[in-house]
Design a binder for this molecule. Structure first.
Ligand code: URA
Length: 212
């Protein structure tokens, strides 16, 4: 699909999925859906947890204080917010910004999965523990694996701390900046990798990235 076709497919998906979840628990209390936004043909897809108060008001992801820091991080590697795609696991704000419940995550799963299928990003960056768990499985320690690219189901996934965590833990700001600084090199490794078997790619990307 070219960029326009991807854009149309995403819009159609959003209409369909909004209809599907409209009677679900989160949609009832939220102001509106926040499906995500950005370049439908992006190389990089960021996945956060769920909309907060400001996102719920505006219908756009990461537009509050955490979003401001995310924009800064994106710009620190020479990209603009419009170059990437930004989405969340759940598309309606959990009341009071609580964590989404397992059933809620399950309900929104097909929406995010289909976004990934349409956008076909080279690199998925999970922001925070929830989104890491969604893609890489439970019981992983973000402290241990942040900034390390992993391959899952043919996709390269790089877990990172949530930018909101750095707002109350200042020591995480330089950690996030350092992890972001690896992104261009990881994309380069992924590009170089074309044609190698998946198992070899996985090993090679992880090995080389460990040296970054
Ligand atoms: N935090 C998230 O996880 N997602 C947003 O969209 C905003 C804040």
């Amino acid at each position: 699909m070219n960029r326009e076709e991807k854009q149309l497919a995403l819009e159609e998906l959003n209409r369909r999925e909004e209809e599907r979840v409209k009677n679900g628990p989160l949609a009832q209390s939220a102001t509106q859906a926040v499906p995500g936004e950005g370049n439908p043909d992006a190389d990089i897809l960021f996945i956060g947890e769920g909309p907060g108060k400001k996102e719920d008001e505006l219908g756009r992801p990461f537009v509050g204080a955490a979003g401001k820091f995310l924009n800064e991080l994106i710009e620190s590697i020479g990209l603009q917010r419009e170059d990437v795609f930004i989405a969340n696991i759940v598309k309606h704000r959990p009341p009071g910004n609580r964590d989404p419940l397992p059933d809620e995550v399950e309900l929104y799963k097909p929406w995010l999965e289909e976004q990934i299928n349409i956008i076909e990003p080279k690199l998925i960056i999970t922001l925070g523990r929830h989104s890491m768990g969604w893609l890489l499985g439970p019981n992983l320690s973000i402290t241990a694996i942040h900034g390390q690219p992993k391959r899952r189901n043919g996709k390269v996934v790089m877990p990172m701390y949530h930018p909101a965590a750095a707002l109350y833990r200042g020591d995480l700001r330089p950690v996030l900046k350092a992890d972001f600084a690896k992104i261009p090199k990881v994309i380069e490794l992924i590009d170089k990798d074309q044609g190698v078997t998946a198992a070899e790619q996985e090993e090679e990307i992880e090995k080389q990235a460990a040296l970054l």
